[in-house]
Design a protein around this ligand. Structure first.
Ligand code: HSE
Length: 440
């Protein structure tokens, strides 16, 4: 049997599990790949740091360049843009196969990596970059290659799902739920990439590129995270029969003139309680794919964590090793469709707008007029007392909270509605805007 020499860059949460599984399951993996997997080097920052998994000290090195130069297959699990970009480019430019789980790198520099890979006959695999153990990259690229994908929508960030889920089940504030997620190890000490939606946006760009055969970068994705979601937003959502989920949405949009565009966005979204995505709890991920002919498919599973994500890495390693040993190529970048990215202002969805208002004669007509003037149709309105008072002329006036649900409208017209509401003397503030994408 042929031997494939492997360099593992990074021995953190995922890297150490990849090494453990190759050590423990090497026989089966070799039989599936048709090649022995020989870990030749494990590149780390500090060779004497404590590790979760026992690694032969002779394999540990800080010399990434030498490890890459000696390997047939490079597994990059360092994360972040640099040094991974330079190291991956070094491997690809030598015609070596790279398996990576690095969503940030792919979403920012995917085209550059693919170009260097193509120029040098190298293969690039990244199942682990989106949704951990969930085989959605393979699903979109291979299993659904026979269909036209219309929409990919889902929960692709476990940290934010955990936080929103714990706010929903306990009534906790965002700050308390985040602190609990950090205490339990679900959220990082610096949670920015997760809670501000950047991790989900990178995954959204990767999924959109695969689904629509178009280059989509993280900069194309309209992003809003969960850090401004309050316990009140969660309670209001619940009262309306919804939960709030951070959804990544990649959609093929056909305009009236027949042209096709790609709309990509990540934002907190109202999801009806009885929708399958509403019941994706804790740190799990789930992605719903609508194919023109296949109809609806749903992927579900563990989107993070060492061992689950390591299985995605190893699925690529088995495929890559098989190609190295037996011939054949890995997947190529397919961007033949080259669809334009729909500007954020033209994206269409439904909205729930909450505004605190002065509860006086004519305010409802005025607010409704603002929606009408901007062409945004109202679906329903409800009002409750806000238990606040504001001074008005010589006396005090009660305030109220209006919750307005709209029919489908563009982001641009909704933005104008919000600006006009904030300019109105009857409106104290627009306190929340949530989008509503899916029906039960
Ligand atoms: N931090 C990510 C999450 C996992 O919370 O889902 C890695 O992308």
């Amino acid at each position: 049997m042929a031997t494939v020499n492997v360099a593992v860059l990074g021995a953190g949460t995922v890297g150490s599990q990849v090494i453990r599984l190759i050590q423990e399951e090497g026989g089966d993996l070799a039989a599936r790949a048709g090649a022995d997997l020989n870990i030749q080097a494990v590149v780390v920052r500090n060779v004497s740091a404590p590790r979760d998994v026992e690694i032969d000290p002779a394999l540990l090195t800080t010399d990434a360049n030498q490890a890459i130069d000696n390997a047939d297959l490079v597994i990059e699990l360092i994360g972040g843009i640099e040094p991974p970009r330079t190291l991956v480019l070094r491997a690809l430019s030598q015609g070596k196969t790279v398996v990576t789980g690095n969503k940030a790198l792919l979403a920012a520099h995917g085209p550059e990596l693919y170009e260097v890979a193509a120029q040098n006959g190298a293969d690039l695999y990244y199942e682990a970059a989106v949704a951990g153990a969930v085989p959605v990259v393979y699903g979109l690229r291979e299993s659904l290659a026979g269909d036209k994908i219309l929409r990919v929508l889902g929960i692709v960030n476990g940290t934010t799902n955990f936080i929103l889920d714990s706010m929903t089940s306990t009534g906790a504030s965002y700050e308390d739920a985040l602190a609990e997620a950090q205490r339990l190890g679900f959220a990082e000490a610096d949670p920015t990439a997760d809670v501000e939606g950047l991790d989900a946006a990178a995954k959204c760009a990767i999924l959109a590129s695969l689904a629509f055969h178009t280059r989509v970068s993280i900069d194309d994705v309209a992003v809003e995270g969960i850090s401004s979601i309050t316990a009140d937003d969660i309670a209001e959502a619940e009262a309306g029969g919804n939960v709030i989920k951070l959804l990544a949405i990649a959609e093929r949009v056909t305009k009236d003139d027949g042209t096709e565009w790609v709309s990509v966005r990540v934002h907190p979204t109202l999801v009806p309680r009885d929708h399958a995505l509403a019941n994706v709890n804790g740190a799990f991920n789930s992605i719903v794919v609508d194919g023109e002919s296949a109809g609806r498919l749903m992927f579900y599973g563990q989107g993070a964590g060492g061992a689950p994500t390591a299985t995605a890495v190893l699925s690529d390693v088995v495929a890559a090793a098989s190609h190295i040993a037996n011939g054949g190529n890995g997947p190529r970048e397919l961007v033949y469709a080259n669809l334009p990215i729909l500007p954020r202002a033209e994206a269409v969805t439904r909205y729930q707008v909450q505004a605190e208002i002065r509860d006086r004669v004519g305010v409802l007509a005025e607010v409704a007029g603002i929606f009408a003037a901007n062409g945004v149709s109202i679906k329903s309105v409800s009002q409750r007392d806000a238990n606040d008072e504001v001074s008005e002329g010589s006396g005090d006036l009660k305030t109220a909270v209006l919750t307005i649900l709209t029919h489908r409208a563009t982001e641009g017209s909704l933005e104008q509605v919000v600006a006009d509401l904030n300019d109105s003397a009857s409106v104290i503030e627009v306190s929340s805007i949530l989008r509503s994408e899916v029906s039960a």
